[in-house]
Design a protein around this ligand. Structure first.
Ligand code: ARG
Length: 570
């Protein structure tokens, strides 16, 4: 279905086309009216005419077909549009009848590969992986909601030289013992011990080196031990995904090692394209425009001088594979901002090799850091990595005491506390513009007031409680907009498709968060000024129940797209 903005746009364009074919009205939502048309000034300039004259001429020639109540020419030639109540009401009715709440499917469904989460084997997942997981999950949900085919890819770090020392440490501990350590999620302890021995003990170092050679050579027993490490780590990652409620499955794991067999082909392709340069025995590509501090060209190292392959080669192979075998139209990499240059260089080389072109687009969806209360990187007190599993559990405990303090309505406090905690953590993460850092602050994210997950979940639960107390349920009653608070709520409701569009355009769920927060606030003032169950008459009550119903489904759907559950009661 067409959005209100689209309908307005269509009615405006003939007025602009008359003066200049294809001129853009530049229609925006506005604080001054419902919508503002900003395109007159530019057009007037191009025509060499006074903007207010042009504005008047456009107004005289536009037929708004009842969509607009009043048009005001303001300032240097803005048009302020006030939408008619009838238009709002019919928009709400269409929205209510539409499962997608007015959000249209993408014009062309694409295959979108989303590379996210990607923790490293035998290493603790850190809060950066949490961000990647939460943002990636939300983007996948939004992309699917508008009809794209999403392929989730968990590009875990499961290969490389550290596995020599990790396997030797596993051998030293004895397999059962090692598995016991890893299965309780002590990944960092395991890694640190291995590292410690590697640094202190020359024979261990030697054993580790030969082990790497065996691993790369495909020695069966070595591979078996390696698989134990990988399986135990994945097991731990899965527990975190499960608790977070994100849609990453074991089948989505296509780690670095999965590309081993493709690396020689990558070299062959790059060689054939004449891109490889031998630099002291290493095979490199020098993409244009990348220089170091001294202005010297920067290499992307495809194969090291010891013939080993690294992170860059694997990523090149992954791009090549995602384009040629997965038929990706688009690839998104939800990875922290510090890896920007790595991705820019990989994309540049992949473009030079012809894997990426105008048909396939790769984007680094970069994000900022999670900071502790001291505004430094979020770490444990002794400077270690915060264990995600422990962090999530702590959230649930804190949410439970918050619920108990409020005198919760629900009986299944455990379930609700968990939903609340995950909602709080995810919303805090998603609502900050992803490029920015944010401070991890329990009290702020778990608050029932302000821009938080619990506030939105509570707004939803409150509406559901109205329905539990009502003697009749919303049943498609006629909507009327009498009070200003009703109209404000309606205006916000019909803007849902735009919020989805903005989030997709910027690949930032924060746009959707802002929308939902404003919706919840509008609902709060509506509920304050407009009694629902005690409405003055039955018709008003039916109309208000209808507004409540639309608000609840929009909140539930929107939260769902953020990966946040909307409990029925709290
Ligand atoms: N494992 C990497 C890390 O922990 C992230 C991998 C991101 N994805 C990729 N295709 N490089 O930093």
């Amino acid at each position: 279905m067409a959005t209100l903005a689209e309908k307005l746009f269509d009615s405006l364009t003939p007025g602009f086309d008359r003066l200049e074919q294809g001129a853009d009205p530049v229609l925006r939502r506005s604080d001054h009216a419902d919508f503002q048309v900003n395109g007159v000034m530019g057009l007037a300039k191009r025509l060499g005419r006074p903007p207010r004259d042009v504005a008047q001429e456009i107004v005289d020639h536009v037929d708004f077909q009842g969509l607009v109540d009043s048009v005001e020419i303001a300032g240097p030639g803005f048009l302020n549009l006030t939408v008619s109540d009838e238009a709002l009401i019919s928009q709400l009715e269409e929205m209510g009848a539409d499962e997608a709440l007015g959000v249209s499917a993408a014009e062309k469904a694409q295959v979108v590969v989303v590379d996210y989460s990607a923790p490293n084997v035998a290493k603790e997942m850190h809060v950066g992986h949490l961000r990647s997981t939460v943002i990636g999950d939300s983007l996948c949900r939004i992309l699917e909601f508008v009809g794209h085919q999403v392929l989730r890819r968990n590009h875990i770090g499961d290969w490389g030289t550290p596995f020599g020392m990790l396997i030797e440490h596993l051998v030293d501990l004895g397999e059962d013992n090692a598995v016991a350590n890893l299965s309780v999620g002590d990944l960092d302890g395991f890694y640190r011990e291995a590292r410690g021995k590697f640094d202190a003990d020359d024979t261990f170092k030697e054993r580790s080196r030969s082990r790497v050679v065996l691993l790369q050579g495909g020695d069966e027993e070595t591979l078996r031990l390696w698989r134990v490490l990988v399986a135990e780590s994945i097991h731990y990652f899965d527990a975190v995904y499960e608790e977070l409620g994100v849609g990453l499955r074991e089948t989505d794991v296509v780690g670095e090692s999965a590309y081993n067999d493709m690396l020689d082909d990558v070299v062959a392709d790059l060689e054939a394209a004449g891109l490889l340069v031998d630099s002291d025995g290493a095979l490199c590509v020098f993409p244009e425009g990348f220089v170091n501090r001294d202005g010297e060209p920067l290499p992307l190292i495809v194969r090291k001088s010891d013939e080993g392959y690294g992170y860059a080669a694997t990523d090149l192979a992954a791009i090549r594979d995602r384009v040629s075998h997965l038929n990706a139209d688009r690839i998104l990499y939800v990875v922290g901002a510090p890896q920007s240059q790595h991705f820019e260089m990989c994309f540049a080389v992949a473009t030079m090799a012809g894997w990426l072109n105008e048909h396939t687009q790769a984007t680094h969806v970069a994000f900022g850091n999670v900071l502790g209360p001291d505004r430094k990187m979020f770490k444990t007190r002794d400077g270690g990595t915060v264990k995600l599993k422990g962090l999530l559990d702590e959230g649930t405990l804190r949410a439970r005491s918050a619920l108990e303090e409020r005198g919760a309505e629900a009986s299944d406090t455990d379930v609700i506390a968990h939903q609340l905690a995950m909602g709080a953590i995810k919303f805090a993460d998603l609502s900050t513009d992803r490029q920015r850092d944010y401070v991890f602050d329990w009290d702020r994210m778990l608050a029932f007031e302000g821009d938080t997950g619990p506030y939105l979940q509570y707004a939803h639960a409150r509406i559901r409680s109205i329905f539990r107390r009502a003697d009749s349920l919303p049943s498609g009653g006629k909507i009327t907009l009498t009070e200003p608070a009703e109209r404000d709520l309606a205006r916000q409701l019909v803007a849902f498709p735009e919020a989805i569009e903005n989030s997709l355009e910027t690949l930032s769920p924060s746009k959707l968060c802002t929308y939902l927060f404003t919706l919840a606030q509008q609902f709060t003032s509506f509920y304050e000024f407009c009694p629902v169950l005690k409405a003055p008459d039955e018709a008003t009550k039916a109309s208000r129940l209808e507004l409540c119903e639309l608000t609840a489904s929009t909140l539930r759907t929107g939260l769902g797209l953020l990966g946040i559950e909307a409990p029925e009661r709290m």
